[in-house]
Ligand binder design. Structure first.
Ligand code: 13P
Length: 249
């Protein structure tokens, strides 16, 4: 039985004081849930968040990291720096990193490799753009993204991988993949991972991301191959994020 995950990707939102307030609200009102709950504040607020949530059921995760151990990479953050402040999980491959910061599959493969080497868990994001879906190329695109960044990993490394299918056309647009559309792609993803290893495919959690909200979360998460959500906009309001946690059961 795969554990459901509800993860909030805060992107470039919330100052330090706003972060503190939102975390306080989440901590105070977190429902009893069997789901794993994660939040990803910005880099500058990670250490404070870890300290504030110490001992709580909410895990603090990072939104990105560099592939090198250390060195002359101005503005970048290493896996060791994250681990040193208590971060155990990092989001990689987000479509905004791909679109605005030129992150391609080859770079992402290096980042994933480094995170695995450092013992971190990776929430690996991927998903097609609107044009791909119109052209009926979404399965092809998704498979290529997975293959290029993950399919060379040894089977043991998959213990550290969480997948997040995020169709780009549904991110921040208010437009959600229908539960059926999402399930169709999630089942496809699992079948492709099964081509690699049936055991890995059975165990790997596949989150859905793209305008997940309190009013659609339950139906999405009820689908057999959707193991939770990676939530942007709705994770910035305690009320909405907590409602999604409740919907996750
Ligand atoms: P929205 O929930 O705002 O569509 O964002 C989804 C996302 O990009 C999560 O990583």
């Amino acid at each position: 039985m795969r554990k459901i995950i509800v993860a909030g990707n805060w992107k470039m939102n919330k100052t330090a004081s706003e972060t503190r307030v939102l975390l306080e609200e989440l901590q105070a009102q977190l429902p009893a849930t069997t789901a794993g709950v994660m939040v990803a504040p910005t880099f500058v607020n990670l250490a404070g968040a870890v300290e504030q949530l110490g001992g709580s059921a909410i895990e603090v995760v990072a939104q990105n990291m560099h592939f090198a151990d250390s060195g002359a990479y101005t503005g970048e953050i290493s896996a060791d720096m994250l681990a040193d402040i208590g971060i155990k999980t990092v989001i990689l491959g987000h479509s905004e990193r791909r679109a605005y910061f030129g992150e391609d599959d080859a770079l992402l493969s290096k980042k994933v490799g480094k995170a695995i080497e450092k013992g971190m868990k990776v929430i690996f994001c991927f998903g097609e753009e609107l044009a791909d879906r119109y052209d009926k190329k979404h399965f092809e695109v998704v498979e290529k993204q997975l293959k290029n960044a993950l399919f060379d990993l040894p089977e043991t490394a998959w213990q550290q991988i969480i997948l997040a299918y995020e169709p780009v056309w549904a991110i921040g647009t208010g437009e959600t993949a229908s539960p059926e559309q999402a399930q169709e792609v999630h089942a496809f993803i699992r079948s492709r991972v099964a081509g690699h290893s049936a055991e890995v495919a059975d165990g790997v959690q596949i989150l859905y991301g793209g305008s997940m909200k309190p009013d659609n979360a339950k139906e999405l998460i009820a689908k057999p191959d959707i193991d939770g959500g990676l939530i942007g906009g709705a994770s910035l309001k305690a009320e909405d994020f907590l409602a999604i946690c409740r919907a996750a059961g």
